[in-house]
Design a protein around this ligand. Structure first.
Ligand code: ADP
Ligand code: MG
Length: 742
């Protein structure tokens, strides 16, 4: 029989083994098993004799059991097994725990391979906790020195089970189709698939195993990029109504009235978008830009462009608070241009806010205006994409600060407009280039690097309470200074309420701060890098607690202090935000609700309590809330994490690095490599198996170029059946992940 990759494992392995591999490791087919790659390789060590045991070295030794005796332990229950072995010349004693369990395995005369580190104990060299494997036959030096694969596994499945299963399968596996084109393999000296399977699982040297692994890493990058390239290609197949600039329209009026000149970066990105919008297939663009780099103006110009041609634009924000804020700032920026239908002005459109918390009557009115086309610009949350909302002619969707806007949501969009709407996704969370290439690989990317001139600096300081607890009070004095200078301040806490008394309950202590009501974008980028830190010794600071504390703090006596968090009713949050924006509140004590998009230029101080509980990109976002006006800002990152701990390092990196992109990179470097793609794709394409976005940057860039070219020449992949098949599996896994969540 010639085994293929799609055969079920039950066809070749025993039912028990196949069942166990399926249940515990999710391995059902031959293909899945051979693609379950070793995590690393182990070596037994140089084969040696008892006489020449080299102290301090890892060695292997073939020897025969001379005696094995159970000896009761002196201080506790149980027995040790004292074993004496010989290599024919000399004898060596060894001791094992769990004597009773092991006794039967060490029958006199059994030949075994022992391996471990040689150490001296009471003047005698010995192997410490040696690993042992009974040997059926003679074993050659070469065999002993072969690297032994160590697989990702769980306790229920022994390494040896996986090794044996792989060996069985490889022994009868027929020829396999390679999804990597031969030309690519040749250029990069990557192994052909069948050979790579054998080498990665049963290498003669560790170097050979690692080289074989490279091939799988590249393949993963390549297949992913082909999937993304095809998405980009397909997007060009969808029809969209071209939305060229109409001279003398709202856009021109807007530009004339704009109180500032666009930065060069803004002009460039606007030109790109104008070009995209004038094509007959939908724009799919990601706009990255530092907090405050002026993305909203760029988006607004795009929206006016489509309104000028008779279309509608929708702006989606991650939360209702942000939607309302966008509505306000857009209405303000538009001035009379946004008063269409209200003043009866000729050169105007109507801007409509649609949120879940609106009264039924207001909502109905908004829905009507959206359906009739009277509303040129609609601002809301993702609820706008619901079935109930009908647009007259939705032609542009702008998504603000949102990573969760995955592939599926884009598909929903496509069905929403009469033709596919153009799409602009905006994010202030800097994404390293290769992450963008993988996570957002089906979008074209634009970056706004410069921040409008005249923007003030923000000085970031770490307030180290670990060594200077007395500095805590100085924070409030600093806030008072800002307020007396006519400015406002944020104080951000990781929690809303104080933790319940008593020992750490199930309150999520020891995990990152609960990111209630943040939009999830930064949160996701954090999750991506898998932050888990040891629990702090004391309770995390909470909004309500800090409010209480400040009520009796002399330094802030007389200041107007209010709370803002996600558990407040939306209207209340709204009114607090409005009061803050209008300067009727001096200090806002909040959770991460203020993380994204909140824009109050008069706020100059940002204090983050328990800063170590937040991830770097979150801290960066929070810092971005200040320094938005002309007055310099100050950001105090308050922590009692000890110097040198990972949590503290993270805080220090934020203080040191101002540039968001540099920070994102520094951050990736700091962390263990996480499951980047999985987390950021909101379940889509559940994981990257071997690929690491930073380590494998060159490969990803290479693979992207190869993939784009291949899809350009052969979009249907007719000349690459093996590749098409692998791709199909990937998409199936995607759909499954999607269904799992639904
Ligand atoms: P982002 O959404 O990228 O964080 P915004 O679009 O909210 O940034 O812009 C931040 C502030 O800067 C807003 O008050 C906006 O009006 C202002 N702004 C935008 N572009 C410019 C510019 N070219 N010159 C001066 N101010 C600008
Ligand atoms: Mg913004």
């Amino acid at each position: 029989m010639s085994l293929t990759l799609s055969h079920p494992l039950g066809a070749v392995l025993g039912a028990r083994t196949a069942d166990s591999l399926a249940r515990h490791l999710g391995l059902h087919t031959v293909g899945q098993l051979v693609r379950h790659l070793p995590r690393r390789y182990e070596r037994y060590g140089q084969l040696t004799t008892i006489r020449h045991l080299p102290e301090g070295m890892d060695v292997s030794l073939v020897a025969e059991v001379v005696s094995a005796d159970l000896v009761p332990m002196r201080r506790r229950a149980g027995h040790l097994l004292k074993v004496v072995v010989t290599d024919g010349e000399d004898r060596l004693p060894m001791t094992f725990f769990q004597g009773h369990r092991l006794r039967s395995r060490f029958a006199v005369g059994t030949r075994m391979l022992f391996s471990g580190r040689v150490e001296r104990f009471r003047d005698q060299l010995q192997l410490t906790h040696p690993k042992w494997t009974p040997l059926q036959q003679e074993i050659s030096e070469e065999e002993v020195e072969r690297p032994i694969p160590v697989y990702p596994s769980v306790a229920a499945v022994e390494q040896v089970t996986i090794r044996k299963s792989v060996a069985t399968v490889l022994g009868i596996l027929g020829p396999v189709q390679d999804p990597l084109p031969e030309a690519v393999r040749g250029r990069l000296s990557l192994l052909e698939l069948g050979e790579a399977f054998r080498t990665v699982h049963q290498p003669l040297t560790e170097a050979a195993g690692l080289h074989a692994r490279e091939r799988f890493v590249y393949e993963e990058a390549f297949v992913l990029q082909v999937a993304l390239a095809r998405r980009r290609f397909e997007a060009t197949m969808f029809p969209a109504t071209p939305r060229p600039v109409v001279p003398g329209g709202l856009l021109d009026a807007f530009d004339l009235a704009l109180p500032f000149t666009l930065t060069q970066g803004q002009v460039q990105v606007c030109d790109q978008i104008t070009e995209d919008l004038s094509r007959s297939h939908p724009m799919h663009r990601l706009l990255q830009g530092e907090v405050g780099s002026g993305k909203t103006v760029v988006a607004l110009r795009a929206m006016l462009t489509v309104v000028d041609t008779g279309g509608q634009a929708a702006l989606l924000a991650p939360t209702e608070v942000l939607a309302a804020q966008h509505f306000r700032s857009i209405t303000a920026l538009l001035g009379e241009i946004g008063q269409g239908g209200l003043l009866g002005g000729e050169k105007a459109t109507r801007v409509v806010l649609l949120t879940g918390s609106m009264s039924t009557a207001a909502r109905r009115r908004a829905l009507l205006q959206i359906a009739s086309g009277e509303a040129g610009i609609v601002v809301g949350t993702h609820a706008l994409l619901q079935d109930k909302v009908t647009f007259a002619d939705l032609s542009l969707v702008v998504v603000d600060e949102q990573h969760r806007f995955g592939v599926e949501q884009r598909d929903v969009l496509r069905d929403k407009g009469r033709q596919s709407p153009h799409l602009l996704v905006m994010t202030a969370t800097p994404i390293p280039r290769t992450v963008a290439m993988t996570v957002f690989g089906d979008l074209e990317t634009s970056v706004l690097v410069e921040v409008p001139a005249g923007r003030a600096e923000v000085a970031t300081h770490v307030v180290d309470l670990a060594t200077r607890p007395d500095w805590y009070q100085r924070i409030w004095a600093r806030i008072r200074e800002e307020v007396e200078a006519g400015h406002q301040a944020y104080v951000v806490c990781p929690r809303i309420d104080a933790e319940p008394a008593g020992p750490a309950g199930p309150t999520g202590r020891g995990r990152p701060a609960p990111l209630e009501d943040s939009d999830g974008s930064a949160e996701q980028l954090e999750a991506l890098f898998d932050l888990t830190e040891p629990a702090p010794a004391r309770a995390l600071r909470a909004v309500h607690e800090v409010i209480e504390e400040l009520a009796t703090t002399p330094a802030v006596d007389g200041l107007r202090i209010e709370a803002l968090h996600g558990r407040m009713p939306v209207e209340q949050r709204e009114s607090v935000m409005q009061d803050f924006a209008a300067g009727r509140i001096d200090v806002l004590v909040a959770t991460t609700v203020v993380e994204v998009g909140v824009d109050v230029p008069n706020a100059t101080a940002m204090v983050v309590l328990d800063a170590d509980r937040f991830g770097t990109s979150q801290l960066h976002q929070l810092r971005g809330r200040v320094g938005r006006g002309s007055a310099p800002g100050v950001c105090l990152l308050v922590t009692d994490a000890a110097e040198g701990t990972p949590a503290r390092l993270r805080v220090e990196v934020v203080a040191r690095v101002r540039d968001g992109f540099a920070l994102a990179r520094a951050d990736l470097d700091l962390r263990r490599e996480g499951d980047v793609l999985g987390a950021a794709q909101s379940g889509s394409r559940s994981s990257l198996r071997t690929l690491r976005v930073l380590r494998d940057e060159d490969m990803i860039i290479d693979a992207r170029a190869e993939a784009t070219e291949l899809v350009r020449v052969d979009p249907g992949l007719t000349g690459h059946p093996a590749l098409a098949e692998v791709l199909e599996e990937l998409l199936d896994a995607d759909r499954e992940a999607y269904l799992d969540r639904a």
